[in-house]
Ligand binder design. Structure first.
Ligand SMILES: CC(C)(COP(=O)(O)OP(=O)(O)OC[C@H]1O[C@@H](n2cnc3c(N)ncnc32)[C@H](O)[C@@H]1OP(=O)(O)O)[C@@H](O)C(=O)NCCC(=O)NCCS
Length: 180
């Protein structure tokens, strides 16, 4: 996976120690945490520092490729893939609430999907969202994912299992014919 990805409006790059403060500021938000499996809430500076410190080894080992999403040099979110036990790559993302509904999650994810497909092949890209997360469902549908099933998935912030929907990238999207 490339270290840096550029899109029309965004630069995606590995998180740095200096990102800890802005990361903690924007991620300490219930509206974000409740839609994610793994984000603690409240989200402290120490959570951000620990998360950032883990990333180089996770990237080296191929466990996870997490990019900071930046707009005009400002951190606005995160997007990346997690290598699951079955060998598939699960897309994940969040965007700070002040920047919602401007297409940034879709734009960042499209770049990560293209890079993941180029690096690992296009056949193993999956995603999912909690059933009450309609915005994420819309993002994934726009990106060319289709629904494959449902499950109960743990949410750290909600501290409970939540009804979740599983998705996989459609064949025509992999071939670049579904660039919504
Ligand atoms: C989900 C999330 C990443 C979307 O980020 P974003 O940058 O606003 O996404 P985009 O602007 O690319 O697309 C959002 C789409 O959802 C739509 N949308 C927003 N709120 C919606 C709602 N309540 N119901 C249905 N659609 C909704 C928008 O209209 C837009 O679709 P459109 O382009 O057809 O108009 C952002 O809301 C977020 O970070 N949420 C919390 C964390 C999260 O849910 N992460 C994903 C976990 S699976």
């Amino acid at each position: 996976m490339l270290e840096q990805l550029k899109t029309e409006r965004l630069i995606l790059r590995p998180l740095r120690p200096a990102d800890a403060r802005p990361l903690a500021e924007i991620a300490d938000n219930w509206n974000i945490a409740r839609m994610l499996a793994r984000l603690p809430h409240p989200y402290e500076l120490s959570d951000a520092e620990e998360w950032i410190a883990l990333q180089p080894e996770r990237r080296r080992s191929g466990t996870e490729f997490c990019y900071g999403v930046t707009l005009d040099d400002r951190l606005i979110g995160s997007c990346g893939t997690l290598n699951l036990d079955d060998g598939s790559y699960e897309l994940g993302y969040w965007i700070g609430e002040p920047w919602w509904n401007r297409g940034y999650a879709t734009e960042a994810s499209r770049a990560v999907i293209a890079q993941t497909a180029e690096t690992f092949g296009p056949d193993r890209i999956v995603a999912g969202h909690f059933a009450d997360n309609h915005a994420s469902g819309r993002v994934l549908t726009k990106l060319g994912f289709r629904y494959t099933g449902e499950e109960k998935r743990w949410s750290l912030a909600r501290n409970e299992h939540v009804h979740a929907l599983r998705m996989v990238l459609k064949q025509e999207a992999k071939a670049g014919r579904n660039a919504a």
